[in-house]
Design a protein around this ligand. Structure first.
Ligand code: ADP
Length: 631
């Protein structure tokens, strides 16, 4: 913000004020000079008038002395009085007459002193009660033949009239002119215009002689120019203050505006930065589907530039040709129900590639609360979808592998198991044949018993094959009411040989009452088989006395709780959270998917499978199955 204009205004105001003050001072000096000049002029004028009057009166007195006819003289006196309005009274005293001759007639003039004066003289101003005027008297002696005073001529001048008649109007218009008595300081005559005001200036000078103890005083009238100037200064200063205040206000608002603009700019930049860095595509469209706004992520997604996109109306170039109708339908549908919605669709990139897209759309509401279109966020979910696809394929593959693995295990178990009944069948058959070949009478019973045993072993072998077949065959789960005990025993029998081989003892702790569950028998057997096999593997390298697996079955509420515990090394703490995740194994030949599959199977049966660290050592895997009623 620049203060230069304010400074300029202040300087201008100071200069103008100085100028006016200088002007005023000049004017005062000028006025004073003029006042003195005019005062001198007035004084001179008065002086001259009074001297002229003096001469006139002396001349008249001389003329009287020479024996002028009194009537003619009176006429002359009257004439003099008429042309000099200030001349109020004329008195002629003569020793020959008792009464003086006076104009105006009947004026009671004061008698002259005795003896009569020989010299002319002026008297101090006096208040005359008869005429009610301040008068000043002048008298001149009249001499007789022997040069003795025989009378005198006295005139009385009105000082007010003197000022009125002897001071021209152009002077009187400029000054208040007064005569002041020096003794009493009282104004005794004045020429004043009361309508005008006087200034502080004044000038006075003595008019003595001829007027005893009187001074003339002039005061110029104010022209009004000083007050105009003061007013002017006040107005200028006021205007300057106003200008400064309005400038400051302007500055204040300009600054505010600047700040607001800066904030707006920052905000815009921030938004732009946000927009540009956003990985989610944003798109706004009006109710007709016309594009109002897209962000850079959207442009990148579809391969068109923002200025190519904005203003486009459906069908959009990124709609796959086979989806145009479907997309249009959805647009119309959406407008009918303006609520936020989310859907999946497909976009075709400009380069022709197809993208899987997740769209979240919300109604675009303007300031007046009117629904004016839609604001959508667009996410490319192609890679997620592909990943999902891959994972599901992988899981399927895994299932198959697991199954094959189990099959491998089962096959070896089968071989072991079949070995026994088959060799028994062979030996029973050989025994029976021997009996026949010996030629001895063989009892029916012996033969029957031999053949029965043979048939039994055969059945056993058949049973083993059937069970293995069931186990290996891939099929959908089939939940049936099953008793728990035979399932556990069957599972144990699968791994029986292995257990024997590694001298692992097993205990089975089951409640007295038969427990029934709704289960796919083969699947539960698969779970138990897995848990037993893991336990067995954990025990292989353990000391003989610790090679023990405990199977414990309990009921808890509406569930059967089956726990498989071993005395092995247990599961390392860092392995525990990973146990049920696929491919988490610490075995060289392990796949790490067994437990994962087991958990899926148990959850399919609405049960749960978890790992427990036993108080001592080893590992315990527990699963629950909802109990079923058997009637
Ligand atoms: P795999 O047996 O192929 O490794 P599993 O999912 O069945 O796959 O087991 C995952 C891992 O859990 C095993 O590698 C092993 O480290 C651990 N594990 C499972 N059961 C036990 C057990 N009873 N004792 C110790 N570790 C076990």
């Amino acid at each position: 913000m620049s203060y230069a204009p304010i400074l300029a205004i202040v300087i201008i105001v100071i200069l103008i004020t100085l100028f006016i003050l200088l002007l005023r001072k000049d004017r005062v000096d000028e006025l004073r000079t003029k006042l003195i000049e005019d005062a001198l002029w007035v004084e001179q004028n008065l002086f001259f008038q009074l001297r002229t009057h003096e001469e006139n009166v002396e001349r008249l007195a001389q003329e009287i002395s020479k024996g002028q006819d009194p009537d003619v003289l009176l006429t002359r006196l009257q004439h003099v009085k008429d042309i000099h309005p200030e001349l109020q009274i004329i008195s002629w005293f003569d020793v020959q007459r008792d009464e003086p001759l006076t104009l105006p007639r009947g004026y009671n003039a004061q008698s002259p002193t005795n003896p009569l004066p020989r010299f002319k003289s002026w008297f101090p101003a006096r208040k005359d009660d008869q005429l009610n005027e301040v008068l000043v008297d002048f008298q001149a002696p009249i001499f007789g033949a022997n040069n003795q005073p025989t009378g005198l001529l006295r005139t009385s001048l009105s000082l007010n009239q003197l000022l009125t008649s002897q001071i021209p109007w152009w002077v009187a218009g400029q000054y208040e002119i007064v005569l002041v008595d020096n003794n009493s300081d009282r104004v005794i005559a004045r020429r004043v215009n009361t309508a005008l005001k006087t200034s502080e200036l004044s000038y006075s000078m003595s008019v003595d002689p001829p007027l005893h103890g009187v001074r003339l005083q002039l005061k110029p009238y104010t022209s009004g120019s000083t007050s105009t100037q003061t007013l002017l200064i006040i107005v200028i200063v006021g205007l300057a203050i106003f200008a400064i205040i309005s400038l400051l206000v302007q500055y204040y608002y300009a600054r505010k505006r600047q700040q607001a603009e800066q904030a707006l700019l920052d905000e815009q930049n921030f938004r732009r930065a946000m927009e540009n860095s956003m990985t989610t595509g944003m798109r706004a469209r009006d109710l007709n589907g016309r594009i109002l706004y897209v962000n850079p992520a959207f442009c990148q997604l579809v391969g068109w530039k923002a200025d190519e996109i904005i203003g486009l109306s459906p069908p959009m170039p990124w709609w796959p040709p086979d989806m145009v109708n479907e997309t249009l339908d959805r647009h119309y549908q959406q407008n009918r129900m303006p609520t936020a919605q989310s859907f999946e669709t497909r976009f075709q990139h400009r380069d022709g590639s197809i993208l899987d897209i997740q769209v979240h759309e919300a109604p675009l509401i303007n300031n007046q609360g009117r629904h004016m279109g839609w604001m959508g966020s667009i996410i490319d979910i192609s890679s997620r979808k592909a990943q999902e696809e891959r994972t599901s394929q992988q899981a399927e593959q895994l299932q198959k592998t697991a199954h094959l693995m189990s099959m491998g295990e089962v096959a070896s178990t089968l071989a072991h198991e079949l070995n026994q009944p088959l060799s028994a069948v062979a030996s029973y058959a050989a025994g029976c044949l021997n009996l026949l070949e010996d030629g001895e009478t063989i009892s029916h019973d012996d033969l029957r018993s031999g053949l029965e045993s043979l048939a039994a072993q055969n059945r056993r072998a058949g049973e083993i094959v059937r069970r293995t077949n069931d186990f290996v065959r891939k099929r959908d789960p089939l939940l049936k009411l099953e008793e728990l005990r035979p399932i556990i025993l069957d599972s144990l029998s699968f791994i029986h040989n292995e257990l024997l081989k590694h001298k692992v003892r097993t205990t089975l702790d089951l409640p007295e009452a038969n427990l029934y569950v709704m289960a796919d028998r083969i699947m539960i057997e698969q779970v138990l088989f897995n848990l037993l096999r893991n336990a067995l593997e954990a025990l292989k390298n353990q000391p003989m006395d610790q090679r023990k697996i405990d199977i414990n079955v309990q009921t808890r509420g509406q569930h059967a709780l089956i726990a498989v515990s071993d005395q092995g090394p247990g599961v390392a703490a860092d392995m525990v959270p990973l146990l049920f995740q696929p491919f988490s194994t610490n075995k060289t030949n392990g796949m790490g998917i067994g437990l994962n599959i087991c958990r899926s199977i148990i959850e399919l049966h609405r049960g749960t499978l978890w790992y427990e660290t036993p108080a001592t050592h080893g590992a315990t895997f527990v699963f629950t199955l909802p109990l079923a009623k058997h009637d």
